[in-house]
Design a protein around this ligand. Structure first.
Ligand code: HXC
Length: 514
């Protein structure tokens, strides 16, 4: 064959492969409000930057008449491209081909691009849209999942791994996203579950829709499996790019620097926090009052809202913010908020992102429900994550820092580099009401007017202990600062921590309270 004919043959083969599952299947995909796998890749990457590999890979299965079936690309598209001109690795499952189900060759393709991402130290973006393990391929499909999970784990903490759920992600498929750093979901499109509604009905006799079982809202608000929620695929792609703009692209590099920008004047730090410790406020306003351009990308916004985590910049450098949220359950730590904060802190530490903590909380949430749910083991995750983190760690106590909360929220004792407190801070074993009721109990009951005595004792306790100066007198707090000074002091603290180095005890790895 002449070169020209060879090239024409190649083009024909490519054209065929590009048809995916064919016109009908693509129509069905579009009718569900979904883009096709290639459209998704193109929408995320820089224009015309995508290079596809393994386009001609075919399944090798023979059982169940599989040898008579052609699955173009075996239902997944893999390749490399750029975002902001920098390389990334990407794969997208093609639901139009055998429901994006994962067989041996499909899994090998994903493993190949994962190996490439890890070797090249570039982010990995995985778009999931699949019926799960390809039933006809039996144990080969299960093996394929195992290979992917192993690679997810190897890559963890080395390169950022982003999972985008744009269709079903059923059965074993859910565990790859669960092992990655950030999971993106889209309303009415994403469906994630271990067992589908039919299995639930068979086993438990319960009728439940796919949406109620594992829709985007369920995972954003209740289970906490998702980190970013969007109303449309386009909005989701913008979130991906925004996140990639903020985080480092491997554990060997820093996040891209940005020109510093002052916070917006509408966030007046002196007017956000009410002096009355019982009054709520939105701590995100405090973050926006110190962050460059008041820009803050919140992670897991709708889950465990009693704690706020996310990324912003201070003087051009990416910062991980962790803050108690006084307007939700007074900002207490409970099982879910501990999981949320612990995981976020570990991401920041793995990718060398300094952590700024804003503290205002009455402690861990009491009660049988939390105890039964394991608040001891979950709460320990925050202690572990902060203690383990060796990135610059700065805490600002805004108001309440009581009990276990004081210790857990990046205290000096967990090796915070800088501890600051506003003059409104109350640092004590517990709140003045509870404390006075316990230590002055006998005095209160035996007095002629117990209520009056109780009030007087609460006031006495508050005056003596519920302030930042006792902790400051012991050096636990480095400086009591005026709210208006906060940004300036954070800029300085981050600047002087840029060469931080810590020697940790030699070990294979620790055993965090999973
Ligand atoms: C093979 C599959 C498939 C699968 C879908 N298809 N899932 N083929 N293996 N797992 C095929 C269908 O046969 C169909 O082929 C095409 O994909 C589109 O599927 P539909 O059912 O027509 O689409 P839809 O109505 O949109 O429903 C999508 C779905 C449903 C909800 C995902 O297909 C479904 O429930 N699939 C099974 C999901 C599941 O239980 N997976 C778990 C597998 S076990 P045709 O030729 O008709 O177009 C597992 C364990 C792994 O994953 C554990 C590892 C640790």
């Amino acid at each position: 064959m002449s070169l020209k004919r060879n090239v024409l043959d190649l083009r024909k083969r490519k054209e065929l492969a590009l048809q995916g599952g064919g016109e009908e299947a693509i129509k069905k995909q579009v009718a569900m409000g979904k883009l096709t796998a290639r459209e998704r890749i193109e929408a995320i990457l820089d224009k015309n930057s995508f290079h596809e590999y393994d386009m001609f890979v075919e399944h090798q299965a023979k059982d169940f008449d599989m040898d008579k079936k052609v699955f173009h690309g075996d239902g997944v598209i893999i390749g490399t491209g750029t975002i902001y001109g920098e390389p990334v690795c990407i794969y997208a499952q093609d639901f139009t081909v055998a429901g994006g189900s994962l067989g041996l060759m499909h899994a090998r393709k994903i493993s190949k691009i994962m190996d490439h991402a890890l070797k090249m130290h570039v982010p990995l973006i995985g778009i999931n849209d699949s019926g799960g393990a390809r039933i006809q391929e039996g144990v080969d499909s299960l093996a394929g999942y195992g290979d992917i999970f192993f690679r997810n784990t190897q890559a963890s903490g080395v390169i950022p791994q982003l999972s985008v759920i744009l269709g079903p992600c059923a059965g074993g498929a859910v565990y790859s996203p669960a092992l990655t750093d950030f999971v993106f979901v889209v309303d009415n499109i994403s469906k994630m579950f271990i067992t589908g509604p039919e299995v639930v009905k068979t086993v438990l006799g319960e009728e439940i829709s796919m949406e109620e079982l594992g829709g985007a809202r369920v995972h954003s608000e209740i289970s906490g499996n998702a980190h970013f929620f969007a109303l449309t695929e386009q909005e989701c792609f913008e979130q991906i790019k925004k996140l990639l703009m903020l985080i480092p692209w491997s554990n060997r590099v820093k996040a891209r620097p940005f020109p510093p920008k002052e916070p917006k004047s509408m966030y007046n730090i002196e007017k956000i926090v009410p002096a009355d410790p019982t009054q709520p406020y939105d701590v995100r306003d405090v973050i926006k009052a110190v962050a460059d351009d008041s820009d803050f990308l919140e992670v897991q916004q709708a889950f465990a809202r009693n704690i706020v985590v996310g990324f912003g910049r201070i003087q051009g450098e990416t910062i991980g913010f962790v803050a108690n949220q006084p307007c939700v359950m007074a900002g207490v730590l409970d099982c879910d908020s501990s999981d949320k904060a612990g995981r976020f802190i570990r991401f920041c530490d793995a990718f060398n992102i300094p952590i700024v903590t804003f503290e205002d909380m009455p402690g861990y949430l009491p009660g049988a429900e939390q105890e039964y749910a394991g608040v001891i083991r979950h709460g320990a995750k925050v202690l572990y994550a902060y203690s383990e983190a060796t990135v610059p760690k700065i805490t600002v106590i805004l108001r309440k820092a009581y009990g276990g909360g004081y210790i857990a929220m990046n205290s000096r004792h967990l090796k915070a580099d800088f501890m600051f407190a506003w003059p409104t801070a109350e640092i004590a074993v517990m709140g003045p009401e509870g404390a006075a009721n316990i230590i002055f109990r006998k005095e209160i009951i035996s007095s002629p007017n117990p209520e009056e005595t109780r009030k007087a004792k609460v006031a006495e306790y508050r005056a003596k202990f519920a302030n930042p100066y006792v902790a400051a007198s012991k050096g636990y707090i480095d400086s009591v600062i005026e709210p208006a000074e906060t940004r300036k002091i954070l800029i300085h603290s981050i600047e002087v921590s840029s060469n931080k180095s810590v020697i940790t005890p030699a070990k294979k790895h620790g055993i965090p309270p999973f």
